[in-house]
Each structure stands twice: as C-alpha cells, then as structure tokens.
Design a protein around this ligand. Structure first.
Ligand code: PBG
Length: 338
C-alpha cells in the first residue's frame, strides 16, 4: 500500500505538535523555562594558605582555594552575572573539636573570607554554610554525646556561628545541619544582635544521601562513625519535606532549599506549591561528579547533560540553583546565540 492509499481519519492531523518545533526561532519563542546566571548560586571551597588552589579529585574542575584566590574567583563569578556565592571552609584537623570552637572564631577562615570578598565585590551576595561538620572531630553536624547528635546544644552554637558570620558581613547564613528549631533560634539571635537584613537560606529538606561523597572529600568531613540518618531525611519521604519547609518558613527562613537536586525533583515541586518564599535546590557534588565521569569516558556530552539538569530544576519550580556548574553554565549562556 502506498502512502496516498492510507485511509486517513478525516482532518488528520489538524493538530501537529511538531509545528512549534519547526525551526529554532519557534522553539525559542515558546520555551517554557529559561536559565539565567542570576539564578545560580556558586559554591566556593576555601582552605588556609596563600596563592594556591588544590584540585578536588572527585570533582573535576573544582578546587579548594586560598582566600586571595577565592576573592578573584568571586570577582569573575560576579562579572559573569552570578549574584551569589556559597562559602565552605576546610578546617585543619588540629582545630576540630566536639563543640565548634573554631566555628565561632571571629578571625576564622570563614569570617575572614566574608569580609575580604565583601570588600572586593560588594554587590555579590555572600552565603555562608552554618553547620558543625567541617569543624567537628566526629565529622557530624552536631555536638556528639554517647554516640548521639545533640539537638538543642547544637542549635545554640549554630545561632552564635550565624551571628559571627553576620558580623563579618554575610548576606545570608545557610544552615545545612537539619537540627530542629534552628531557623527560629538563628532568626532570634540575628534580630537580637541587630542584623535585621541578614537573610537565612534554610536547607529545609536535606536528605541522608549517597550523593554527598565528593563534597566530603573536598572538605575532609565524612562522618567518623555511623551515618547522618538521625537528622537528615529518609529519601522515601516527600510529605516530611513539605512539613520541614513550612516549619522553616514559619520560623523566618527567607529562602528554603531542597537537597540533593535531580533525584528529588518531585520534592522541589511539592515544596514550591506549599510555601511562599523562594525555593532553591542544591545540585550536589555526586550529581556533578557522575556527569563529569561519564563525560570523561565519552559516554555523555557534558554541556548537554549539564544544561538539561539545570533546566530540569527550573521546570520543577526552583527559583535558585546551587550548582558547581554555575561558572561554566554562565559562560555558556553568555555565548549562546540570541
Ligand atoms: C554538611 C554539608 C554537606 C553538603 C553541604 N553541606 C554534606 C553532608 O551533609 O554530609 C553536601 C554538598 C554536596 O554534596 O555538594 N553540612
């Protein structure tokens, strides 16, 4: 049977989805979601020392930077249209303990980084990680007693840590610890100290994930015993994430975050529809490393997989995307044809 002899249903096919895909102008015109560098949050890893950077083996193209280096890195991010950096510090082993002493050091690396970067690039938003794990001799996000992670004692330290970051000039503190009640305590402490404009980016729904491995290499912060399941969430749960995000919003969070990203797009959508504050998502180290590794083998195309991951976050409803691809994606978006 030749084509013309096919018995076509009458009017077939009046509706053709391909019409809007015909030629790139049509596709651009009707695209539902767009990426923009101003929605990226760029993580920066800091280490002590001068004029050095160290590659992180499990995160190709990512480095630990000494402060002078990090300042230049922050400048170049800002020049690409990125509005925010998220700072993490690697703490020398001999300064770790079980109560976060170094975390409260007014002259610590984090505090110094905030004031130096702020001075160099005042318009760039600085977000600072608030959690004890990089400072903890146990590699946990809280104070440990008899094998348990103490909640209220930890929250007290986190609130003091947040105020010390605010004093250094951070724009947002970013508690990533998952202790109960910490957003309210931090908000209170900030208000009490007069830091009304210092925002809180709450890691509201942070899962006990297998995708943090490369990050723990980067900061040498893997838990020394057990796992983080008594505070980070069970990957099976979504209603619990909504509850956490709503609690954080009620306690005064300015931004709520879901983490990891790609395996939790349904959680991003659910949280987006149940809070009114902007929603961020963290495209974590393991998600980055998987694509990098596959790309190195020639099994996927890095740029295509990167952009597809990033647009998926937008489609799921995220306003902000914390991603190790921030710089690369921003460059690519600048060079993309208009
Ligand atoms: C810890 C923290 C982690 C990440 C950000 N903050 C790891 C963990 O909870 O063990 C992971 C980020 C990433 O994997 O990119 N407070």
């Amino acid at each position: 049977m030749t084509k013309s002899e096919l018995p076509l249903p009458s009017g077939f096919p009046l509706s053709r989805g391909r019409r809007n895909r015909f030629r790139s102008g049509r596709r651009k015109m009707i695209t539902e979601n767009r990426l923009h560098p101003s929605n990226f949050i760029a993580p920066i890893f800091l280490m002590e020392g001068k004029n050095r950077r160290e590659p992180i083996p499990s995160m190709p193209d990512q480095y630990r930077h000494t402060l002078d280096h990090a300042v230049r890195q922050a400048e170049s991010m800002y020049n690409l249209g990125i509005q925010a950096v998220l700072l993490f510090v690697m703490v020398p082993e001999d300064r770790k303990d079980n109560k976060g002493t170094e975390a409260l050091n007014e002259n610590g690396l984090m505090q110094a980084a905030v004031s130096k970067i702020k001075a160099a690039v005042p318009e760039l938003m600085i977000m600072t990680d608030v959690a004890l794990d990089p400072y903890s001799s146990y590699g946990h996000d809280g104070i440990v007693r008899d094998g348990d992670i103490l909640n209220d004692e930890t929250v007290e330290v986190l609130a003091r840590m947040a105020v010390s970051h605010a004093r250094a000039g951070t724009d947002y503190v970013a508690p990533s610890d998952m202790m109960d009640g910490r957003i309210g305590m931090i908000r209170n402490a900030l208000e009490g100290a007069g830091f009304h404009h210092t925002g809180i980016l709450a890691y509201s729904a942070k899962y006990a994930s297998g995708f943090y491995g490369p990050f723990r290499d980067a900061l040498d912060s893997a838990p020394g015993f057990g796992d983080k399941k008594t505070y980070q969430m069970d990957p099976a749960n979504v209603r619990e994430a909504v509850r956490e995000a709503q609690a954080d919003e009620a306690e005064g969070a300015d931004l709520v975050m879901i983490k990891p990203g790609l395996p939790y797009l349904d959680v991003v959508r659910a949280v987006r529809e149940s809070v009114r504050v902007p929603v961020a998502v963290y495209n974590v180290s393991g998600e980055y490393a998987m694509i990098k590794a596959a790309a190195e083998k020639g099994w996927v195309d890095e740029e295509t997989a990167m952009l597809e991951s990033l647009i998926a976050f937008k489609r799921a409803g995220a306003d902000l995307i914390a991603t190790y691809w921030a710089e690369k994606a921003a460059r690519l978006l600048h060079n993309a044809d208009r």
